[in-house]
Structures are given as structure tokens and as C-alpha cells.
Design a protein around this ligand. Structure first.
Ligand SMILES: Cc1cc2nc3c(=O)[nH]c(=O)nc-3n(C[C@H](O)[C@H](O)[C@H](O)COP(=O)(O)OP(=O)(O)OC[C@H]3O[C@@H](n4cnc5c(N)ncnc54)[C@H](O)[C@@H]3O)c2cc1C
Length: 534
């Protein structure tokens, strides 16, 4: 019987068939080797790594972490553009179980966050579990064996449990503009920065004014000959107030960790207050919009430029951005902001709607990511061979963003409706991880082989999510990457994050159909996990 955690006497409780070293082979000579693990985790970003660490802390060693790259970090490995940093203060944007007293700034830079993740992987002994350069190509639930069959670029795995931490913002989205494929200069996405390409003296076009563009534009502007910023919709921008953390404070956090906890808690509640405006009372955002307008007025003296940069939608409908140097950069003599639609890209130029042609050497796409239309769901097949993509029909849904009916023993990290516009994603990830751990403990305790969220429970939850979206700032009329192809906000959590934490504190087996041990194929009986059976 698979056990997910060691029993009280400390002995290993993994089933005989699963007690082999993780990388051992179950195959005979002629077959493709298949490695069986109890738990397969996808990704080494905050999600996958956090899950692996917490499993290990609970005494579970029988897991593999599948990672297509050759380094830790996900978001913080891939986004290396100049100026890349978090926009939630680092004291909060980090694991609760691995506080880092050494953060150098309020909003740490990418390299510091990546190093933090590398440090965590090493400190908690996760490195030996990781399969590097191993891309998940397909995962299919095998009904007879009650386990996942996983195909990767490094071979086959089977696993009782599959946990996907493939990231909500890890597939770059390139703009579909007529002729873009014929561009003869250098074109790249901000999350795939070409560090071997020198921008000095180049005529550079930046497409997009989202969270990444406002960070890298101020860093490249002093070096380039001419920078044209193509803006579709102006973002709301608030002051950032980023500053170095003084060494005395870092020493204090080191010696007295409680002081960092206090700081973290204070930041959490400061961030959390924003949900009041975003979700419950968008009219109170008027005060913050005034703050943003004053910020712009102080930093952009030219009224024509100010008019171009002034948003005409309610703050928060698209992600609110923080910057102290973006607006001043746009007033520099070598910068031009164009708000006309791009009609066409030619070999050496960009043509806008009114027919004006702008010659450029380089195009940098700050155009964000595939969020609700990522590719992985096409390759994850549940009961009956149905893919997640088919199941979702372009509107992803999951129970607490974590479990999906028809996909037994599958867990998503940062799944549908778990994203945030106002607080740290790590808080959500850790809440989901606790929920999964509680589920695994429950499976152990009740000798369950398989759990699957009941479809009516998932549907009720999804209906609740969509009902709660009404009246929020996100449905106030702007277009944003929060909305899926059907116009639904399947990205964000429509409430306070402490509500999400509270509701995911315990795994409730009543919401799930389960199969007890041993599986039916071996003579067991299906138990519907509803009272009073349990
Ligand atoms: C520039 C930027 C700044 C951000 N700043 C903040 C912030 O300040 N605060 C905040 O809360 N959030 C922020 N975010 C959101 C951020 O994505 C999350 O906070 C968090 O890092 C997501 O972690 P993750 O592990 O879920 O995903 P990721 O970090 O994206 O990791 C996913 C991992 O899965 C791997 N993977 C994916 N598909 C496969 C496959 N098929 N096979 C094998 N491996 C695969 C990837 O290689 C990657 O390592 C930011 C995002 C970006 C892009």
C-alpha cells in the first residue's frame, strides 16, 4: 500500500513496489526503462521547489522533480532582463519556512531571488531529486494501474501522484503582427533576453508597457540610440520606494528572526488591504488613482506625453505597476512613445496605423505570457484519455485551483483562480501545498489509493468564483491577461488571500470520490468518500 509519509515509529512506509531508489528501473532489457516514484513534481520554481521541500520535511523521499531546464528558479531563472526584480517586498515574497535575513533591497533583483531559490534547494536537500533537462511531454492517467504514466525527454516515469508546478507565467507570448516573421533585425522576448547582443547605439522598438517593460526600459534607454515604446494601453503606475535594506536591519533580522516575522506580517496586511478596493469596493480606488496621477504629474512635465500615459480604465483592472524611473525615462530626448496600433513589421522597420514607417534594428517584446492558454494542458490526460485542455475548453477551472474532476491524483500549483493582483503568490502556493500535504496524510490514514474531486463540487466552486468576479474591478471593462478566450477571469482569486488560506487549511474528503486500497483491479472495492462511510 503506498504511504505518503513515514508512520510514527519513523520507519519507511512506502509500498514494496515503490521502495526502490527513485531512479531505479523497473523494466526488462528490451523495454524502455520506466522509473516508478510515489510522487512526481513538475518544475523547480517557487511552486515545485516549495512542494518538494515540504514533502521532504514531512519525511517523504520517494519523489522526483522534473525540470526541463538545467537550473533552479523558473520565473527567476528565465527572466534575466536588465532591472528584473520582484514587485512584492522580498520579506514577503519568499518562503515562510525559509526566511532570508540577508535580502539586500525592499524589492530584490532577479539574481538575488534565483540565488535564494538555489540556496533553498541545496539547504533542504532537493538537488538529488531533480531530473534536469527533462521536459514533460505527456502525462496520462492509467485506470487499471491507478497511476500516472509520464513521458519526458529523459524517459518514462510512473507515479501515484502528479503535481504540476509548471508556472502561470512561463510561456512567453509573442505578438501576432503581420510580417513580424520577416523582420531582419534582432527580435527577442523580455523573458529570453539576448545578453550576447549589445544594444549600444541601436534603434530599439519595445512592444508593450507591462510589468517587465517598465522595469527594463529605464535600464536600456541610456545605452540605445533611439527607443520607440509601442504602447497599447497605459498602465497605472504607483511610486515604488525601493531602497537598500541597511546592514543594521539585516543583522537584526539575523539575530532576532522574530523581527523579520513582524516585518513580514506588516507587509502582508499592507498588501492585503488592496483587495478591499480590487474586489469589494472599486470606488475606494479613486484615492489611489489620484496618488498615481500626482506621481505622473511630478515625473512627466509634458502634457502631451501625460495624456498618452493616462489610463482610461479603473485602476487594478489590469495589473497595477510600481516604478520610480519609468516615467522620467520616457521624457528623455531619445525616447518616443507611440500609441497608434502597429499595422505591419517589415525587414527593417515597423509601420503604424497612419502609415508612418519607423526604422529599427531591434524589437524587444515585453508582451507577457500565455496564461490561460498554456500548452501543457494539451498533454495531460485524465480518465478516459481526455486532456485537461479539452476538459477546460479555454476556461480553466479547478477546485481551489488545485484538483480537477476526471483527473485523479493530480494537483495543480497556481492553477485556475489562484493568481493575485495585490499580494505575494508564495502565500497562495504555500496554502495549496498545505492542502496537498493534508490530502496525502488523509490518503495515508484512510488507506486510499486514489482521490478525485467530485464534479459537482468543482462546478459549484467555479460558479462561486465567477459570481464573485461580478462587481470586481477586473470585470469593469478593460481587456487584460486575467481574462481567458471566453472572457472569464479564470486567473485571479476574487477575495482576500487569508480566505483562500482558511478554506484550504484542511483537505475535506467529503468533496472527493475515492478508491480505497487495494485498487479494484486487484480485488478492492470502490468507496465513495462520503459520510458515514468514513
Ligand atoms: C518578471 C516577473 C516578475 C514577477 N514578480 C512577482 C512578484 O513580485 N510577486 C509575485 O507574487 N509574483 C511575481 N511573479 C509571478 C511568478 O511567476 C510567481 O510568483 C512564481 O514565481 C511562480 O512560480 P512557479 O514555480 O509556479 O512557476 P515558474 O517559476 O514559472 O516555474 C515553473 C517551472 O516549471 C518548469 N516547466 C514548465 N513546463 C515544463 C515541462 N513541460 N517539463 C518540465 N519542466 C517544465 C519551468 O522550466 C520552470 O522551471 C512574477 C512573474 C514574472 C514573470
Amino acid at each position: 500500500m503506498p504511504r505518503f509519509f513515514a508512520s510514527n515509529n519513523g520507519s519507511k512506509t512506502i509500498a514494496d513496489s515503490q521502495r526502490r531508489p527513485i531512479l531505479s528501473s523497473e523494466s526488462s532489457h528490451n523495454e524502455v526503462p520506466v522509473r516508478h516514484v510515489l510522487i512526481a513534481i513538475l518544475g523547480t520554481g517557487f511552486s515545485g521547489l516549495g512542494m518538494a521541500i515540504r514533502l521532504k520535511q514531512h519525511g517523504q523521499e520517494d519523489f522526483v522533480v522534473i525540470e526541463k531546464a538545467d537550473d533552479i528558479g523558473g520565473t527567476w531563472r528565465d527572466n534575466t532582463y536588465p532591472g528584473c526584480a520582484c514587485d512584492i517586498p522580498s520579506h514577503l515574497y519568499s518562503f515562510s519556512f525559509a526566511l532570508n535575513p540577508r535580502w539586500s533591497r525592499t524589492y530584490s533583483r532577479q539574481s538575488e531571488i534565483r540565488n535564494y531559490l538555489r540556496y533553498c534547494a541545496k539547504r533542504f536537500g532537493i538537488l538529488p531529486h531533480i531530473q534536469w533537462n527533462c521536459e514533460l511531454l505527456n502525462a496520462s492517467w492509467n485506470e487499471d494501474e491507478q497511476r500516472w504514466h509520464i513521458t519526458t525527454t529523459q524517459g518514462q516515469f510512473t507515479a501515484a501522484i502528479l503535481i504540476l508546478g509548471n508556472g502561470p507565467l512561463s510561456e512567453p507570448s509573442l505578438p501576432s503582427i503581420s510580417g513580424i516573421e520577416n523582420f531582419a533585425g534582432v527580435l527577442f522576448h523580455s523573458s529570453r533576453w539576448k545578453h550576447d547582443y549589445d544594444l549600444t547605439g541601436k534603434r530599439v522598438a519595445v512592444i508593450g508597457t507591462g510589468a517587465s517593460a517598465i522595469q527594463f526600459v529605464p535600464h536600456i534607454q541610456p545605452h540605445v540610440k533611439h527607443l520607440i515604446l509601442f504602447q497599447r494601453t497605459p498602465p497605472w503606475i504607483l511610486p515604488r520606494h525601493d531602497q537598500p535594506i541597511p546592514s543594521w536591519q539585516r543583522a537584526m533580522f539575523h539575530i532576532l528572526p522574530i523581527t523579520q516575522r513582524v516585518m513580514r506580517t506588516k507587509i502582508y496586511w499592507q498588501q492585503e488591504i488592496a483587495a478591499l478596493g480590487l474586489v469589494y469596493r472599486p470606488n475606494i480606488l479613486e484615492k489611489i488613482m489620484q496618488l498615481a496621477r500626482r506621481h505622473m504629474a511630478r515625473q512627466v512635465p509634458d502634457p502631451l506625453l501625460r495624456a498618452k500615459l493616462t489610463p482610461h480604465y479603473i485602476m487594478g483592472c489590469k495589473r497595477i505597476l510600481l516604478s520610480d524611473d519609468f516615467y522620467p525615462t520616457l521624457s528623455q530626448p531619445n525616447v518616443e512613445v507611440i500609441t497608434d496600433r502597429i499595422r505591419e513589421v517589415r525587414a527593417h522597420s515597423i509601420v503604424i496605423e497612419d502609415g508612418t514607417e519607423h526604422e529599427v534594428d531591434t524589437i524587444i517584446c515585453g508582451t507577457g505570457f500565455h496564461v490561460t492558454d498554456t500548452h501543457l494542458p494539451q498533454f495531460v490526460h485524465g480518465r478516459g484519455g481526455r486532456s485537461l485542455a479539452d476538459n477546460w475548453q479555454a476556461s480553466p477551472s479547478a477546485y481551489f485551483g488545485t484538483t480537477v474532476a476526471g483527473f485523479p491524483n493530480l494537483f495543480l500549483l497556481i492553477g485556475p483562480n489562484t493568481g493575485l493582483g495585490h499580494n505575494s503568490m508564495i502565500f497562495m502556493i504555500e496554502s495549496q501545498i498545505s492542502y496537498i500535504l493534508d490530502c496525502l496524510h488523509t490518503m495515508d490514514r484512510r488507506h486510499l489509493q486514489t482521490i478525485e474531486v467530485r464534479s459537482e463540487i468543482q462546478e459549484a466552486f467555479n460558479t462561486e468564483m465567477q459570481q464573485r468576479m461580478r462587481g470586481t474591478v477586473w470585470t469593469s471593462g478593460c481587456s487584460s491577461w486575467y481574462l481567458d478566450a471566453n472572457g472569464r477571469n479564470t486567473t485571479l482569486w476574487p477575495g482576500f488571500t487569508f480566505e483562500f488560506w482558511h478554506r484550504t487549511r484542511h483537505f475535506d474528503p467529503q468533496h472527493y470520490d475515492v478508491i480505497s486500497q487495494p485498487v479494484p483491479a486487484y480485488g478492492g472495492e470502490k468507496v465513495l468518500c462520503r459520510p458515514p462511510q468514513l
